[in-house]
Ligand binder design. Sequence first.
Ligand code: PAF
Length: 271
Amino acid sequence: MKIFKDKHILQKEILKTKGTSFVPTMGGLHKGHISLIKQSKKSKFKTLVSIFVNPKQFNKKSDFRSYPRNTKKDIKLLKKLKIDYLYIPTFKDIYGFRPKNKVFLDKSSKKLCGKFRKGHFKGVLDVVNRFIEIIKPKYIYLGKKDYQQLYLIKKHIEKQKIKSKVIECKTIRENNGIACSSRNFNLNKNQMKIASNIYNYLSNLKKKIKKNYNLFKIDKIKKDLISLGANKIDYLENYNIKSFKKIKKPNQKFNLFFAYYIKKTRLIDNI
Ligand code: PAF
């Protein structure tokens, strides 16, 4: 595994290859990332992982500061996984140039997380657009847990006619049901239990509302989540994942999207 901190040196190396399969991360690697990397390694291209905690996608400084970081442990894991390249850029390496493509922010960026985290998706797309310009990957691997992010990155790539292909990867879960996330590192044992109880409650609810949509009573569900230990609920909405629109008729196929807090930790998922 070769480690790069400078985009020019990285680009020189990539030029020698047939192309790269890219797994962008903010570190705090977990089973979800490992699954993305394993899929990337099955492609015929070299696997490139990036670790960059992008300050521009955090709407609160405190959230940026408390985001889990463990680069030493991450490097060890990536070596074990035998990836080809690791890119750990500085802020200047990413933001010190003017990208050719403008960021395209689809209007659906205003929904769900976009409503509650002002500027978040603009920051995500800005950094992803820069990574794409530096790396020009053949494939980009993204998880469905962050479905809105995945959808918006695909829209940007489509609109700007970028040649990279997004590979959508299924959500990986802990044994207790909760979606793997770097933010889980900030939960203690008791808080993990709360997250797991909330996941079980909502996945049972989803089964029930598929049969009888009248059971989808937002206020009652929110109350139940609070009594299970959630401290604040940002949203709880049923979306068709193809159109990425809120469902109008209960007989449509949907995923239940939710975001909530346990103390200061914000968790999102869709089931
Ligand atoms: O999902 C993430 O970890 C980040 O949002 C990403 C895609 C690496 C951009 O910073």
